[in-house]
Design a protein around this ligand. Structure first.
Ligand SMILES: NC(=O)c1ccc[n+]([C@@H]2O[C@H](COP(=O)([O-])OP(=O)(O)OC[C@H]3O[C@@H](n4cnc5c(N)ncnc54)[C@H](OP(=O)(O)O)[C@@H]3O)[C@@H](O)[C@H]2O)c1
Length: 307
């Protein structure tokens, strides 16, 4: 199995079935707390919902893969405007050409503070942020681990790209979204947030941290008109995932799943091949699941093709 097969395959290889709503029940709602029926019921699953039509949406990493899939489906579903951002401006013309009246291209390396600030100054009408850009880390397997890495520099870069930078971008766009009357933040996480894939320790670390950051934002914005969703993406046909893997979703299918789930009020979103099934498998027996991952790591470590 190669590196691409791994990121998609970890999702697709599992079986089971847990619905998002079953995983989103409120814990011990107290009488009089905001979750109580009849009050501002933002704690209840499904209390916040959002539809694409009329929204102004900024997507990071939108020049290819899952981000480009989002741009296409957002246009299809009637977005008012889409800010398609990419770290290389030369990758933007094809995306803008999808609908020059509604797509605005912005250069944005998510790790570049000046570009982040510039994006927030340019896109003042945003109502929905989709933090999609992400990296799997170094080409070298050892550098993506802890004990075997020559330093933790690459792991820190992965953490910056996949966790800290989306958080910085959210901080910049929350006031904008609120000024525009509310909206949503969607963070593209991964099934890799639920467990450590030892060949991609730094990636799993970054996505787990980003999942907690997403939950933190959801709590902070609970009483504001901003829906905060984390997407536990499974296998999707992109450069980052398995080339030959069967059953992977297309980027457009993944986008539709995410947008449908958010329209129904789900904030923990399972999208892409194998996502919900993997969650079910982990919940059934987390120790056995981790043991299976470690044994596979010893007997059949993943190969790393050029990315
Ligand atoms: N595909 C899957 O099966 C899968 C599974 C779980 C989670 N995900 C997540 O889905 C998201 C999108 O990945 P993908 O599958 O679409 O992979 P992809 O095709 O490799 O796309 C990654 C995107 O992120 C961009 N990017 C990387 N670093 C960036 C930076 N510093 N600033 C701005 N953009 C940056 C890339 O831009 P360049 O073109 O300039 O490199 C590219 O547009 C990632 O967060 C990934 O972790 C994917």
């Amino acid at each position: 199995m190669d590196r691409r097969t791994m990121l998609g395959g970890v999702a697709t290889a599992m079986a089971g079935g847990v619905t998002p709503s079953a995983l989103a029940q409120p814990l011990n709602p107290k009488p009089g707390a905001p979750g109580q029926v009849g009050q501002q019921n933002t704690h209840a699953p499904g209390a916040k919902k959002i539809r694409v039509e009329g929204q102004t949406i900024l997507v990071t990493g939108s020049n290819r893969g899952i981000g480009l899939g989002f741009v296409k489906v957002l246009l299809e579903r009637g977005a008012r405007r889409v800010y398609a951002t990419a770290r290389k401006a030369s990758n933007l013309p094809d995306v803008v050409a999808l609908d020059p009246d509604r797509v605005v291209g912005l250069e944005l390396d998510v790790n570049n503070e000046t570009q982040r600030q510039d994006a927030a100054k340019a896109a003042t009408d945003v109502t929905w942020l989709i933090n999609n850009a992400g990296t799997p880390g170094s080409f070298t397997r050892e550098e993506r681990r802890i004990a075997s890495a020559t330093s933790l520099d690459d792991a820190k870069f992965v953490m910056e790209t996949n966790c800290w930078s989306p958080a910085e971008i959210a901080r910049l766009f929350i006031p904008i979204i609120l000024k525009n009357g509310g909206g949503a933040i969607t963070n593209i996480l991964s099934v890799g947030a639920w467990f450590c894939l030892p060949e991609y320790t730094s990636y799993s670390m970054s996505k787990a941290a980003a999942a907690i950051a997403t939950a933190g934002l959801r709590a902070e914005l609970d009483l504001e008109p901003v829906m905060v969703a984390g997407v536990f993406t499974g296998g999707v046909q992109t450069r980052m995932s398995a080339a030959g893997l069967k059953g992977r979703a297309s980027p457009e299918e993944h986008a539709r799943e995410v947008l449908d789930a958010m329209a129904e009020g789900h904030t923990d979103v399972f999208a892409g091949a194998g996502s919900a099934a993997m969650k079910s498998r982990i919940l059934q027996d987390p120790v056995a699941f981790e043991r299976g991952v470690i044994e596979r790591f010893h007997t059949n470590p993943l190969e790393i093709p050029p990315y």
